[in-house]
Design a protein around this ligand. Structure first.
Ligand code: SF4
Length: 378
């Protein structure tokens, strides 16, 4: 074990011992050691908000909210409206004030006990070092933007993914579906060892190619799962590139936001199957179809260019499911039928494609309801 390991371990031991001490010392007060921190901070800063409290003690807002709720239930804290009513202000109750000197004494006793063999000069040095460590640790968390979008694949040039355009395709990781025919199982399961490509690397690459490329295609996985997608697309649009988005359409609200903000130039939305077979084809039990239906209507009625597309799998699609899809999408502008391809990355390798005659028959059925129907990749 090297020096750093010892240091980290010592912090952890100190922390756990302190909590055990507090658990015993606080038995009569029905509060936890974490709540002592909230009470002592509030005693010095009455009238602060939850967000300010979370910031002072470097806890996430959810943890502080739960802790404060418990203290309210126990009668130690009350919330009051601020004058502008945008945030509640936190105050200690008289019950809390009546125990504060006990809590300070409990805190002090612990400190006295663990430092009794350390002289003042060393303690002062330790305090300075500890302050530096805390500052450094906080700066790491502040610099790490959890909303940054991470990518797991880049196809530098393609003429196939964005109809009529020279594009790069980038792949996000993770998906909310688990379609048995999915050819991107690595992206769905985020396999260990999958190389991550940072947003910065992608932006640097796109910047170097922006004069050659027409646009980019953002595929997945399911790109809409990522909170950082919108800021990322804004940066890409600033380079003057077109943006195509591939989506399964389940996250309707996010799709609507992106379409309303005019951040995408083309949307390719998967239609996994007819509504009655959607769950089994998407690999999600009892899938709620409402958001998908809303996404379909959104694209049909919006000015954004779009296509619907279905990967046809022998085990899932037949004439009746194709007729159902046609009725559902009636009036849609463009629809592609793609034949299933089995390879090492497919989730369920026991599936099969259909022959070209059947694919053409499906195409003819759909032409009754949809303006432009094409086969792709057959
Ligand atoms: S096919 Fe698309 S929606 Fe289905 S699991 Fe794969 S990435 Fe997700």
């Amino acid at each position: 074990m090297d020096f750093n390991d010892y240091m980290s371990l010592d912090f952890s031991i100190l922390y756990r011992c302190m909590h055990k001490y507090y658990d015993i010392a606080l038995t009569n007060y029905d509060i936890s050691s974490g709540q002592v921190s909230f009470l002592t901070i509030l005693n010095k800063n009455e009238g602060i908000t939850l967000a300010e409290l979370a910031n002072i003690c470097s806890f996430d807002k959810g943890t502080v909210t739960k802790g404060i709720q418990k203290l309210e239930e126990k009668g130690y804290v009350i919330e009051q409206n601020s004058t502008d009513k945008r945030a509640k202000l936190l105050y200690l109750t008289s019950k809390a004030k009546s125990i504060m000197s006990d809590l300070y004494m409990i805190k002090r006793n612990w400190w006295e006990f663990i430092t009794k063999e350390v002289d003042d000069e060393s303690l002062l040095k330790y305090q300075n070092v500890q302050n530096l460590l805390v500052k450094q640790a906080k700066s790491y968390l502040e610099a790490t933007n959890t909303d940054d979008i991470k990518f797991f694949g880049l196809q530098k040039t393609t003429l196939l993914d964005y109809p009529g355009k020279l594009a790069s395709t980038i792949f996000t990781g993770g998906c909310n579906f688990c379609c048995p025919f999915c050819q991107n199982s690595d992206l769905v399961y985020l396999k260990e060892g999958l190389k991550e490509i940072s947003e910065n690397e992608i932006l640097t690459f796109l910047n170097s190619r922006k004069k050659i490329l027409d646009g980019i295609c953002i595929s997945g996985g399911e790109p809409l799962l990522h909170k950082g997608l919108i800021p990322f697309i804004k940066k890409v649009k600033e380079m003057g590139l077109l943006v195509k988005l591939d989506t399964n359409g389940f996250l309707y609200e996010r799709l609507k936001e992106i379409v309303d903000l005019k951040l995408v130039d083309y949307v390719a939305m998967d239609i996994k199957n007819s509504p009655s077979k959607y769950s089994i084809t998407s690999g999600v039990d009892n899938l709620d179809l409402e958001p998908i239906k809303k996404s379909v209507e959104l694209l049909k009625s919006s000015p954004v260019d779009y296509e619907f597309r279905t990967t046809i799998v022998k085990e899932f699609h037949d004439e009746s499911s194709i007729r159902e899809i046609g009725l559902w999408l009636r009036g849609a502008k463009r629809y592609f039928l793609q034949n299933f391809r089995n390879d090492e990355f497919v989730i369920n390798k026991n599936l099969h494609s259909l022959d070209i005659n059947t694919m053409n028959k499906f195409k003819e059925i759909l032409k009754n309801d949809i303006l432009e129907v094409e086969l792709r990749g057959v």
